[in-house]
Design a protein around this ligand. Sequence first.
Ligand code: SF4
Length: 331
Amino acid sequence: MKSELLEVRDLKVAFTSRKASLPALQNISFALREGEVLGIVGESGCGKSLTSLSVMGLLPKGAEVTGGEIVLAGKNLCEFSAEEWCKVRGKQAAMIFQDPMTALNPLVPIGWQIAETAMVHMPVSRKEAHRLALDMMERVGLPRAEQLFREYPHQLSGGMRQRVMIAMALICTPQLLIADEPTTALDVTIQAQILSLLQVMKEETGAAMLFISHDLGVIREISDRVMVMYAGYVVEEAPVKELLNDPKHPYTVGLMKSIPDIEHKDKPLYTIPGRVPSLAERGEGCPFTSRCPHAESLCLTHVPSLTEQTANHFVRCHLYTNPGRDWEGDE
Ligand code: SF4
């Protein structure tokens, strides 16, 4: 049994100003074992990216950790100084962003951007870093590595730029890889190539991965377990097959229904009515109340607890803590 690499315990993040503190992440807890892929799914504004940025110590201005712990390889990152964080980022934990065009430096040849990551985190000479970068470029499927080494980000296609990001992330063989919507900005065929590359690289390096996406279809391709987030809460977590075969939370059920069905092309696409409440709109009860077809008075006033319904399948919904209620087939 592989040991736990990352443990996030009761993490709370809020956007604070002189006038108010608005909670954005509420008691987020999860664990990730070595070599495991945890998919985090939810719409924009659910807290997926904020969760990953917390793990990387890259919270945006105004956001701060207000409670909980982030333990990576036995060390609580929340107690780290800025200098200690710099040693973790790139070396122990690396991140692949959605849009490589904004993540890469437009003025530096891509080969040197990859080599620089190695020089910052490993005791290697410039010549050795150059060799490591070329090797990594070949491993991630970048053609003509010698020539490409000297090219700039704008000279590459979107798919190639994302391969550069993956090479940069993996050159120091991090234990933890965070991929935040890495395929969202790409064409469908390139998406499939990048997903398969991430799978191969994960197998080769043994890295654990947090894979973030708004698309359950993409999540199911790569994840071992899935965590569904809504309005700053974890609302469901289960092994991927279990969650797809037996989604329990009404939000997860809605996400599943929203996946286009290619066998029934004439069927109208399903959408979950309403939208994710903004931070200022979040009230006292279950955050999904305004969009939920099963909401009752209890939901308006009490946030449900995350409870284990079957082995390793956790749900945050009063339907499962209120056993007297018969809701099967209730629409
Ligand atoms: S707690 Fe209530 S509102 Fe929230 S998801 Fe469950 S039934 Fe719907």
